[in-house]
Design a protein around this ligand. Structure first.
Ligand code: ARG
Ligand code: ZN
Length: 878
């Protein structure tokens, strides 16, 4: 809660810590109402700080100080200064042992930051600044120390006691209590501390590492969930192997644990040796989890495991460098998922997914009031900067090094990065310097990807000189202003290019016969020439999405159709289809607004048909190519966003396709059945994806046959993917699904993650209005306290149901304001995420904006707003 006015913290103000911590010994007497924490730290003056800077600054929040001793002597309140979130000891000696006793109340902690209780067990979340909610400590990532942890708790209630590193001792105590002592052999920053005291069971396995050592792997879950841990365990083993093989990085611990918890703010956390996960990214079996869930588990298990090197062994100097670990680790988990599929087309499908996420979430962020560079210059609340920009755009920045330098040089750069910085807390500049040295290249200009916010726009134009057999491509770049950055300097942009001939074949672009070359655009405008080009080509630009930019090229429909049919680069093939669809969706939206007749040209539908029936293409790719741009992507292309018109236009387009391609869609449903036992592999998942997409198209123009088809699928499906997809398609069709929803709920009411799906599928259906959402909130299974549940209903309404959320009377916005305020009193991090649903309010129709402004002002005027929400709202209103 806010106790004083929010302070902005600036990157430029960084100073090294005055004291370093050598060792930390923590003792916990765990009690939900009042936990006692005894903390003994040895500090020594930092030789890199000014010699006369002798203040020890400890952070602390929401904890009670019971006792404080310095080198054995009790300090009284006159000898230290307690601020709102610090404790300062002035003029300290060079070497100090502090003994600090504090208490906290885990069961009262609804923020889920620090030490908290979930389903009667204890868990922690310390990134970014949660450790200070456990004890007083220099809670900053450049202070790395060795931790020893003693846990004491009731044995009956908390049979499992876990912390980082190795278990060195355990035993019984009086009064039915027991203890466990853990020692982490590695130095770590406080944000990587974790403990778990819980009633849990585990799946475990001994795994042989590349160097012959054995490691104990464990996946801990609540009783009754052991039937849902196989995939997480398999993903963990795959991650370990992959990191060894692709990067030469080994697990450095004898024991590696994953713990699943139902109340968790984010996806998961990479605490050293003790990763704590949202249950959503651990628990899965065919009956409860979808293909998307399985893929999410693989990615997040990988992500957290990969942090062990990129994040833990080498960590961040300060939180402005967050992308140093997150961008790099997202890149690594993306590559892991792609390598697990193994085929080029499978890889392309994962890439298409990444591009979609960027456009859907990151480009809007980069164009809105919260826009920030990959390495931000300032923040009020760091938790607001765990963003798609820091994560996904950060991953694109890492990917661009690989594209510019080539895979081998990139790998050398990674090796050098670890060689130089293992055990250190470093900056994004250090990473870039390692890449530059290893590759022997000047990457000075590349720094702008870290310092400048906004999505660059690259415009391309080509001319062909038949006589000279020369194709000339001109590329220009600009970047729109973002808050605090009016002018931008040119970026260093890798633009991968291919040229197609009239038959759709790739032309050789140079003497080596390369058919894709990476052009380096470094100036505001540059011209590139290709010789020995025998005919007027169609350019395939930004292949594999080689940079996170918007590409403008005046493609004709004919050129796009040519690329959609023939481009050897699957990402650009998909892209051509998206461009064709987007142009039509925008025209249809305008037609809706003008009350004109809606029409869809046959050329487009014929192209869709050809792709749909092309058996030489993987189902997963066909699915991607047939998904129309979402309503929010269409919105991004409009001057004044009209959610109702967009919705009507997109609906019309789907309905028209469904009617014209009815036979082909029905065939796709039949031809892509996956009989036999469920497997989440990419080929099977791709088939289900295409089949269920076809089904949802069919239900855009429902008749008895298709309604029956979907109804039977809901009843007969043996896996959640098929079952949920059919139910969602039915809900969206407007069919009466009351009974089916009820029986779905009855069957799965004991499975929290499936109940989340149940809420989510209703919240995001265009048939669900705000009144119905309010009704659903009174359902006994609904609670605001569990983030997954709150998100399933509220976020899916505000973020995934635009035509209802933007109801013309503003009722959706009122609902939003009410719940930002309610959530903020419980959990500021979750509330601040919801607050962001209104980021781009100035882009909507003039009729909607006053309602939106009023809702924002309602939140801004609420008493006791958290810094988290305050920062988001004040930036939106600025
Ligand atoms: N480092 C974690 C991950 O990306 C995310 C934890 C963020 N938590 C937070 N409260 N900001 O794997
Ligand atoms: Zn991460």
């Amino acid at each position: 809660m806010r106790t004083d006015s929010p302070q902005t913290i600036y990157r430029k103000d960084y100073t090294p810590p005055s004291y370093l911590v050598e060792t930390v010994e923590l003792g916990f007497d765990l009690d939900p109402a009042r936990t006692i924490v005894a903390n003994r730290i040895t500090l020594r003056h930092n030789p890199e700080a000014a010699q006369d800077h002798r203040d020890i600054v400890l952070h602390g929040e929401d904890i009670e100080l019971v006792a404080l001793r310095l080198n054995g002597t009790e300090l009284n309140p006159g000898q230290y200064i307690v601020g709102t979130s610090t404790l300062t000891i002035k003029k300290a000696p060079l070497n100090v042992v502090l003994e600090i006793e504090t208490t906290c109340a885990p069961e009262q902690n609804t923020t889920l930051s620090g030490l908290y209780v979930s389903n009667n067990s204890f868990y922690t979340q310390c990134e970014a600044e949660g450790f200070r909610r456990i004890t007083y400590f220099p809670d900053r990532p450049d202070v790395m120390a060795k931790f020893t942890v003693m846990l004491r708790a009731d044995k009956q209630k908390y049979p499992v006691l876990l912390s980082n590193g190795n278990l060195v001792e355990e035993g019984d105590l009086d009064n039915g209590r027991h203890y466990a002592k853990w020692e982490d052999p590695f130095k770590k920053p406080s944000y990587l501390f974790a403990l778990v005291a819980a009633r849990l069971v585990c799946q475990e396995e001994t795994f042989r590492l590349a160097d012959g050592r054995n490691a104990l792997l464990q996946v801990w879950v609540e009783e009754g969930n052991l039937d849902k841990t196989d995939y997480a365990m398999q993903s963990l083993k795959n991650s370990i192997r992959w990191d060894e093989e692709r990067w030469g990085l080994e697990l450095d611990l004898d024991r590696f644990m994953i713990v699943a918890v139902g109340d968790f703010n984010m996806g998961a956390m990479e605490n050293k040796g003790l990763n704590i996960f949202n249950t959503k990214f651990v628990l899965a079996n065919p009956a409860t989890a979808t293909d998307v869930d399985f893929a999410g588990i693989e990615a997040v298990v990988g992500h957290e495991y990969f942090h062990n090197w990129t994040g833990n062994r080498v960590t961040c100097r300060d939180w402005f460098q967050l992308s140093l670990k997150e961008g790099l680790t997202v890149f690594r988990d993306q590559e892991f998922s792609a390598d697990m599929i193994g085929t080029d087309s499978g890889r392309a499908v994962t890439r298409i997914d990444q591009v979609r996420t960027l456009r859907q979430a990151q480009f809007p962020e980069d164009a809105g009031p919260m826009a920030h560079p990959v390495r931000p210059d300032s923040f009020v609340e760091i938790n607001n900067f765990y963003t798609v920009t820091v994560y996904e755009k950060g991953a694109e920045v890492v990917r661009m090094y690989q594209t510019l330098l080539g895979r081998d040089a990139f790998r050398k750069g990674m090796d050098l990065y670890f060689e130089r910085h293992d055990g250190q807390a470093v900056t994004c500049d250090d990473f870039r310097a390692a890449m530059a040295s290893a590759a022997g290249r000047d990457l000075a200009q590349f720094e702008r990807w870290y310092s400048q916010a906004g999505t660059p726009i690259v415009t391309a134009s080509g001319t062909y000189d038949e006589e000279a057999q020369r194709y000339t491509l001109t590329l220009a770049q600009r970047c729109p202003p973002t808050p605090g950055q009016a002018e931008k300097l040119p970026f260093h942009i890798p633009v991968a290019v291919g040229l197609l001939d009239a038959k759709g074949r790739d032309l050789a672009l140079n003497g080596e016969g390369d058919t894709t070359v990476v052009l380096e655009l470094t100036e505001a405008e540059q011209t590139f020439t290709f010789d020995a080009i025998a005919e007027l080509p169609v350019p395939s630009l930004l292949r594999d999405f080689s940079a996170p930019v918007v590409l403008e090229y005046p493609y004709t429909d004919e050129e796009l159709l040519h690329l959609f049919r023939h481009d050897s680069d699957p990402v650009n093939r998909w892209e051509a289809g998206q461009r064709l669809a987007m142009a039509r969706l925008l025209r249809l939206t305008a037609a809706v607004q003008n009350g004109e007749k809606l029409e869809l040209d046959y050329t487009f539908i014929a192209a869709q048909r050809a792709l749909l029936v092309d058996e030489t293409l993987e189902a997963a790719f066909r699915e991607q190519a047939l998904i129309l741009p979402s309503e929010s992507l269409i919105a991004d292309q409009m001057e004044a966003v009209d959610p109702q018109a967009i919705h009507t236009a997109r609906r019309f387009m789907r309905e028209t396709i469904a009617k014209v391609l009815r036979n082909e869609l029905q065939n796709a449903v039949a031809a892509n059945a996956t009989p036999g036992p469920y497997s989440p592999d990419a080929v099977s998942a791709g088939k289900r994806g295409l089949k269920n997409l076809a089904l949802s198209y069919l239900l855009a123009a429902p008749d008895d046959f298709t309604l029956d088809l979907a109804t039977r699928q809901v009843a007969e499906a043996t896996n959640m993917t098929d079952r949920a997809a059919a139910l969602v398609a039915l809900i969206h069709s407007g069919a009466d699904v009351e009974a089916q929803l009820q029986s779905f709920y009855d069957e799965f009411k004991g499975e929290a993650l499936v109940v989340d799906k149940w809420f989510a599928m209703q919240a995001s259906a265009p048939t669900t209005d705000v009144a119905r959402i309010r009704e659903l909130m009174t359902h006994p299974a609904f609670t605001l306290k569990t983030p997954n549940r709150a998100r399933s209903l509220i976020f899916n309404f505000t973020n995934a149901n635009p035509s209802q959320f933007h109801a013309p009377d503003g009722s959706g916005y009122e609902f939003w304001a009410e719940h930002v305020i309610k959530l903020d009193a419980l959990n500021p991090q979750v509330a601040a995420r919801l607050a962001r649903s209104m980021d781009r309010w100035r882009r909507y129709l003039p009729d909607l904006q006053p309602h939106m402004r009023r809702a924002l002002e309602t939140v801004a005027a609420a008493p006791k707003l958290s810094n988290d929400v305050m920062e988001v709202i004040s930036k939106a209103l600025a």
